[in-house]
Design a protein around this ligand. Structure first.
Ligand code: TRP
Length: 333
């Protein structure tokens, strides 16, 4: 809570392309939050360097991610959109919270275990304390709700534990946040293996549809999607491939599964897959067009980065100064 207003906070990494799972489960719904909450959306470039980055690419993706936020309907007049490294308070609070987070807690984070297995040659301390920086993002803004994917739930729960621990020693410092897990995005499965979640880092490019894929690519990927035995377009537990495609079609067209079964009664898988590809491409076309326009306006994006950072800093500074005062850091005004 900041004053009377409840706060919603979320972040996205500027690494890799975002998928239709990210779009349907997160980005597309973000704009609604501003009706109910004071909303912050952050491009977390400081999190990105826990694995090696090519500087020019990190920079380019930072612009792209901001442009994509805006293309997905996040109006900068109604939401604070900014870049993490431009608000210095994040790293400052992260150091402090490191001193209130236990080695054992961080060792239990599944993402750390996965990432250290994947990057065995670079298990750096930043990878280990990644969730503490994330907790700082969230707690700096006195956040009430954190819309995230299921994979980030454990990190938000750790953030709650850190906040509660700190509040116990220094009462009334942080709002304790609640994760909000979107159900829709969870249901978007890989096109190559429909028992697995669609993941932006999948090595098989045909398994994943990216928000910025062009029309032909989208249609081709859906044509190649793995389907099940039988020939009926029907949602069922033993038809994970077709069920996944029906879910995607439902998300993009607003039609219910029953309506979709009726629409495609007696129609083969091939024709149905084409329809899903076309519906997806149609729905993404305006987002892609808006993205292109935003990205072409570099000065506009930079002005937004500056403005967003100023807005965010106002809140971040208030929390950090409260924390530092409680800890006994000397403050001279
Ligand atoms: N760790 C998140 C992810 O990889 C991104 C993130 C960083 C985030 N800070 C956050 C999400 C704060 C929500 C709130 O997806």
């Amino acid at each position: 809570m900041f004053g009377e207003q409840k706060v919603s906070y979320s972040g996205v990494q500027p690494s890799g392309n975002l998928t239709i799972g990210n779009y349907l489960g997160a980005l597309r719904n973000f704009s609604e939050y501003s009706q109910q909450y004071k909303t912050f959306y952050c491009v977390v470039d400081q999190h990105a360097i826990t694995v090696r980055q090519v500087p020019a690419e990190l920079r380019r993706r930072t612009y792209e991610t901001l442009a994509l936020y805006m293309a997905c309907g996040l109006d900068p007049e109604k939401n604070t959109l900014y870049v993490q490294s431009m608000v210095r308070e994040h790293a400052s609070l992260a150091w402090i919270l490191n001193c209130f987070t236990m080695f054992g807690e961080l060792s239990r984070m599944t993402q750390f275990k996965d990432k250290s297995a994947k990057h065995a040659d670079n298990i750096n301390a930043g990878l280990f304390t990644y969730p503490v920086l994330m907790a700082s993002d969230i707690l700096l803004y006195q956040t009430d709700v954190v819309p995230v994917g299921i994979d980030q739930k454990q990190h938000v729960e750790l953030c709650r534990d850190i906040a509660e621990r700190f509040n116990q020693i220094y009462p009334d410092t942080f709002t304790v946040p609640t994760p909000v897990i979107s159900k829709q995005g969870m249901k978007i499965m890989s096109l190559a293996d429909p028992t697995k979640k669609m993941s932006k880092s999948d090595e098989n490019v045909n398994a994943v549809v990216y928000i910025l894929d062009d029309r032909d690519t989208i249609i081709r990927k859906f044509k190649r999607a793995v389907t099940d035995s039988g020939s009926e377009v029907r949602a069922a537990d033993d038809k994970p491939g077709i069920t996944n495609l029906m879910n995607i079609y439902s998300c993009f067209t607003g039609k219910s599964l029953e309506e979709i079964e009726r629409e495609f009664a007696g129609v083969g898988y091939g024709e149905f897959k084409l329809a899903v590809g076309e519906a997806t491409a149609d729905a993404l076309a305006p987002v892609q067009e808006e993205f292109r326009q935003r990205l072409a306006d570099k000065a506009g994006l930079e002005a937004q980065m500056k403005r967003g950072a100023e807005e965010a800093s106002y809140y971040a500074r208030r929390t950090l100064s409260k924390v530092e005062k409680k800890l006994g850091f000397v403050q001279i005004r």
